[in-house]
Design a binder for this molecule. Structure first.
Ligand code: ATP
Ligand code: LTN
Length: 331
């Protein structure tokens, strides 16, 4: 008998062009896993509106993110690609899960505390409820594995907790998902402050390299990257800037840390930064070419998202009906 493939679910917010952090921490692994798993990849537009978005820009970002998934190597024939707001079950399950989630556990979430500190003018309920919507995303598909960067670990713990809580309050309904966090590159740091995570919605564009940056932009951003005192190129806790650049270099040149450190012995910081930039430029060029072609064929992208939403909706509604039955909704 053929063994059932594991179900994998993940998503990225259409809050801007994705960065090399999103690529290394998440998207690159999505591509690797698409043959061995049943993969469902979502553009999580409902999550993105927890921060203020310009409507026309959000619409554009959504299509571009879907195109970028494909340009990075996700095959829409093998995987289900869709936009979160096209499948209403995500909002419906969120409401249900809200009633078994405690306000205390959401107010303790690191990302919520972080984002409310940075955006005091817009601490909305959606921002607080963000992890519950994420749990609904995952649990609707009876997901086994969730490939994400290290910053999402706490949210995944909540999703696991809610699945277990629902299962024990009613009866087994949800699969309890496992995180898949890469050993290397799970947390790429800002080029301007290596103590905070690289983020696509950072106000300072010099802090990140996005997947559509030109070779000149990329070279310039690495040249300006903040480094540490000293001149040695090795990974260590007292060298957060160089360690970050080394992680990026290894990920983009497929080298281990040891290999890279040996290769770079004796190189200056300036030479090293140039090599990092070249490695990134080389890997991004084919992605950018493919993206351009894809964006010229809007009809194809819209077809992918329509078919994806239909497939995703069928699976999601099956889980949602089960949930509704168990909690006693008349149906
Ligand atoms: P925003 O700036 O809008 O909050 P973001 O850049 O933090 O966005 P998300 O859309 O929240 O990106 O995350 C998409 C995926 O990329 C998640 O799996 C997340 O864990 C991963 N990720 C985000 N930032 C990094 C990073 N700096 N290093 C590694 N992985 C990351
Ligand atoms: N919160 C995630 C994005 C996200 C997600 C998901 C990731 C929303 N729903 C489900 C994995 C599975 C983030 O990276 N900020």
């Amino acid at each position: 008998m053929e063994q059932q493939k594991k179900v994998l679910f993940s998503g990225i917010q259409p809050t801007g062009i994705i960065t090399i952090g999103n690529y290394i921490g998440a998207l690159r692994n999505w591509v690797k896993l698409q043959d061995e798993c049943e993969c469902i990849y979502c553009v999580v537009d409902m999550h993105s509106i927890t921060a203020e978005q310009v409507p026309a820009q959000l619409r554009k970002n959504t299509l571009e993110l879907l195109a970028l998934y494909i340009a990075c190597g996700i095959d829409p024939k093998k995987c289900t690609l869709f936009v979160q707001s096209h499948v209403p079950a995500h909002a419906q399950l969120t409401w249900t899960l809200n009633t078994i989630t405690y306000v205390g556990e959401l107010s303790r979430m690191t990302q919520f505390k972080d984002k409310s500190r940075r955006h005091r003018e817009n601490i909305n309920m959606g921002l607080m409820d963000y992890p519950v919507l994420m749990a609904a995303d995952i649990l609707l598909y009876q997901t086994d594995i969730v490939p994400v960067g290290a910053d999402q670990k706490q949210h995944l713990e909540l999703a696991r907790g809610l699945a277990q809580r629902f299962n024990s309050r009613y009866n087994p309904t949800f699969k309890v998902p496992e995180p898949y966090i890469p050993r290397q590159g799970a947390r790429i740091m800002s080029l301007q402050n290596p103590l905070v995570k690289m983020s696509k919605s950072d106000e300072n564009p010099n802090s990140f390299v996005s997947l559509t940056d030109t070779p000149d932009d990329i070279a310039r951003k690495f040249k300006r990257a903040v480094t540490d005192s000293g001149s040695e190129i090795r990974a260590s806790e007292d060298k957060p800037g160089i360690t970050n650049l080394l992680n990026i270099y290894c990920a983009f040149s497929d080298k281990s840390l040891g290999q890279a450190e040996r290769e770079l012995e004796g190189a200056s910081y300036a030479q090293f930064k140039d090599m990092v930039a070249q490695a990134v430029i080389e890997k991004l060029q084919p992605i950018q070419r493919r993206l351009k072609e894809l964006l010229a064929d809007k009809a194809f992208l819209e077809q992918v998202m329509r078919e994806g939403a239909e497939r995703a909706g069928t699976i999601a509604n099956r889980t949602l009906s089960k949930v509704y039955r168990k909690i006693g909704f008349y149906g």
